[in-house]
Design a protein around this ligand. Structure first.
Ligand code: IVH
Length: 714
């Protein structure tokens, strides 16, 4: 423990039993502890958003009770002073933090406040230029150049004193050792600020290397960047792929500074931009670019807050495509003279604001691990979580995939766990926060029996998944029927899992074929059904009778048969009877159907239970698809023609279509049943050789045309 007598299992949420003074004290201890883990050890225990929530809670208490504010409160300071083996490096201009907003409303409130302070009229407010910069999730750095030469670098530390990391930053390939400016332009002293970060690819590579060497794994790119930069031996830093984006020019010449007095703290505002030639943030960025520093190419200058907000949402939607992590957008007023007029609070400038994206990681309590049964009987463990806002939505369930995944993550019911939901990706339990694990938690064990039917759960040797092997398990049945009715399958509107469950409970469905004998007299007595909703459901069921063959094939729930495979089968065979009557070998010759799929399809249709089910669907009036009637005479019926190499008058698909529209088949490989092989330019040697071995005629393009017209070999 680094924070003194703090019990790490102290709950993070507010405790109603504590009065505000006590809670504030407790929060300060917690924040000091987690700040140390984050800033000094580069090894945080809790997600950043949880840390922010602690600070926000403390700020709220302090706002309601100003008498509780202390000089050293973490709400008034940034970062942590480092007592970490690096020489202290005082910042001549403090490195401040940023105020944050998390919604359009808050952003507009910031705008209104700023406008009031600057006394802008409507027109001036509407045309206020803002520089929009991605907020890089790394660590801020200050680099100083003496007469154009790299001289010093320091971390932020507590904002006033950082750590001297001159030798480490020197190893960053992207940091120029000499400014690329014309002689006359080189200032005596130039301080540049920016963010050191690690690209995601580099982070993943580093962690793979660390794992292979049995070394520490970093929780995220930010920690990897901080841990890599803050190395005693700069050679280690040199071996890590660190990058930098610079975003601020601070002059060492303080004489031209025009301090404004801070209304809150009474301190002089300290943020300044003094190079006489630079009057705008956009010019600072241009200077940085010219001097040879990386400047984020995503940066844009916009007019007005609405355009700035549009930028924020646009960047947010692309944040996972950038290749490095960002946690928001920094909006800065472009005109530096306005910076001087606005000044700063004790910890943040008023001329900028951070628009923070919703956090993608939060901690919450893992209440239970349960098992769900899929339509194939697969038993999937999932986490039941105390609901938590993460990645823009509320998460209360997350898949844990299989038994090995649970063991690997070592998550146990009762643990506080980190939950991650990044973008559109489904929520994930990252792992437990071990310091918050209550004593005596047992590892979770996979149940031996199915939670739905009580039958045995079986995990085969060498397989990751566990199955309920009882075909009649009601859990599987619900999923099978819900899948049958789902979009892409029979698409029966209004028939979701809940309703399927209800109909099974009511004894109306033994399998999906029973849907086609339902009548209003059976539905209307059920809870939630009136005459209208019953009629709607029956109409939707009726409409499903005529779904195209690919939908029916998907609905059957054959392993490995999704939309694409179903289309390939339907195109090749035309109707269900044809597919059911061919053997595995012939299936395997169908374009787009490999051996594994062919085996699965053949096995499905061999199974008596499945054939009976299909028979019942037929009796229920379900269409099995009829061969598409072609305008061409079916001269190739029963013939199988393989095409290899490029033809002049046909594309590959065109040639296949020409064959199948005449009733023929165009499989992807040559077998004894092949009628002929059409050979174009650069043919596949395997096919030609096989045809030679089997004595199958080879046709050129002219021969192929003759065959298409007459159905006869030339
Ligand atoms: S400007 C006084 N611009 O965010 C304002 N900061 O929460 C100085 N950051 O300490 C910061 N990208 O570490 C600024 N384009 C950007 C940034 C950025 C990331 C970090 C920086 C700062 C923190 C504030």
């Amino acid at each position: 423990m680094t924070g003194g007598g703090l019990d790490p299992s102290t709950p993070v949420g507010p405790d109603p039993g504590l009065d505000d003074a006590e809670r504030a004290r407790e929060l300060r201890e917690l924040i000091a502890h987690h700040s140390m883990r984050y800033h000094v050890l580069d090894d945080p225990e809790i997600p950043d958003a949880d840390y922010d929530a602690l600070v926000d809670e403390l700020a709220a208490i302090e706002a309601a009770h100003p008498e509780l504010v202390t000089e050293t409160s973490p709400t008034r300071t940034v970062g942590a002073a480092g007592a970490t083996g690096f020489a202290p490096a005082a910042h001549r201009v403090p490195m401040m933090s940023l105020d944050k907003v998390v919604s359009l409303d808050e952003l507009l409130a910031w705008g209104a406040r700023t406008r009031r302070l600057l006394e802008l009229d409507d027109e001036a407010a509407r045309t206020l230029r803002l520089v929009c910069e991605p907020k890089i999730d790394g660590l801020s750095i200050s680099i100083t150049y003496d007469h154009g030469r790299y001289a010093r670098a320091a971390t932020r530390g507590d904002g006033r004193v950082g750590e001297d990391v001159t030798d480490n930053v020197r190893t960053l390939a992207e940091v120029p050792l000499e400014l690329a400016l014309d002689g006359g332009e080189v200032p005596e002293e130039l301080e540049v600020r920016g963010e050191v970060y690690m690209a995601i690819a580099a982070f993943e590579e580093l962690n793979a290397r660390q794992a292979a060497a049995g070394e520490k794994i970093f929780a995220n790119p930010r920690n990897a960047a901080a841990g890599s930069l803050r190395q005693k031996d700069p050679k280690v830093t040199a071996g890590r792929a660190l990058s930098i984006f610079t975003y601020q020019v601070v002059s060492g010449d303080r004489t031209r500074e025009a301090p404004s007095v801070d209304q809150v703290s009474g301190e002089a505002a300290v943020e300044l931009e003094t190079d006489a030639a630079i009057g705008h943030q956009s010019q600072s960025l241009a200077l940085l670019r010219r001097a040879g520093f990386p400047v984020n190419p995503e940066i844009e200058i916009v007019t007005g807050l609405e355009a700035a907000y549009a930028y924020c949402t646009a960047v947010e939607s692309r944040r996972h495509q950038l290749g490095y992590e960002i946690d928001g957008v920094v909006l800065k007023i472009d005109d530096l003279s306005l910076h001087r007029r606005l000044g700063a609070t004790s910890h943040a400038p008023r001329w900028a604001v951070a628009y923070k994206f919703p956090p993608e990681e939060r901690s919450t309590v893992l209440q239970a691990i349960m098992v769900s049964i899929g339509r194939t009987g697969r038993a999937t463990p999932f986490a039941v979580l105390a609901p938590v806002r993460v990645g823009g939505s509320t998460v209360s369930l997350a898949s844990l995939h299989n038994e090995d995944q649970v063991a690997l993550k070592d998550v146990r019911p009762g643990d506080t766990v980190v939950v991650r939901k990044a973008g559109d990706v489904i929520p994930e339990v990252v792992g437990p926060i071990l310091s918050e694990r209550p004593e005596g938690l047992e590892p979770w064990r996979f149940p031996a029996t199915c939670p739905v039917c009580d039958g045995a759960l079986v995990r085969l040797e060498g397989e990751a998944d566990t199955y309920c092997v009882n075909f009649d398990c009601p859990g599987q049945k619900v999923q099978r029927i819900a899948h049958f009715a789902s979009r892409g399958a029979m698409d029966i509107e209004g028939l979701g899992e809940q309703r399927v469950h209800q109909l099974i409970e009511a004894g109306l469905l033994a399998d999906a074929s029973d849907l086609y004998s339902l009548g209003p007299e059976q539905l209307t007595p059920l809870e939630g059904f009136g005459a209208v909703s019953a009629a709607n459901l029956l109409a939707a069921i009726d409409a499903s009778r005529g779904r195209p063959l690919p939908n029916l094939l998907v609905a059957l729930g054959i392993r490995h048969v999704g939309g694409t495979v179903a289309h390939a089968l339907a195109t090749a065979f035309g109707d269900l009877d044809a597919i059911m009557s061919v053997g595995e070998e012939e299936l395997a010759e169908t374009p787009g159907i490999g051996g594994i799929i062919a085996a699965s399809v053949a096995a499905f249709f061999r199974t008596g239970r499945n054939r009976e089910f299909i028979g019942r669907l037929g009796s229920g009036g379900v269409s099995f698809g009829t061969r598409v009637v072609s305008q061409h005479p079916q001269v190739l019926a029963g013939k199988s023609i393989v095409v290899t190499g490029a033809l002049e008058g046909f594309s590959r698909e065109g040639a296949e279509e020409a064959i199948t529209s005449r009733g023929g088949k165009s499989p992807g490989s040559v077998s004894a049943r092949t009628t002929a092989v059409v050979v174009g330019a650069s043919p596949g040697t395997a096919k030609v050789t096989k045809a030679g071995e089997l004595g199958i005629p080879l046709l050129d393009e002219g021969g192929f045309r003759h065959l298409l017209e007459t159905g006869e070999l030339p």
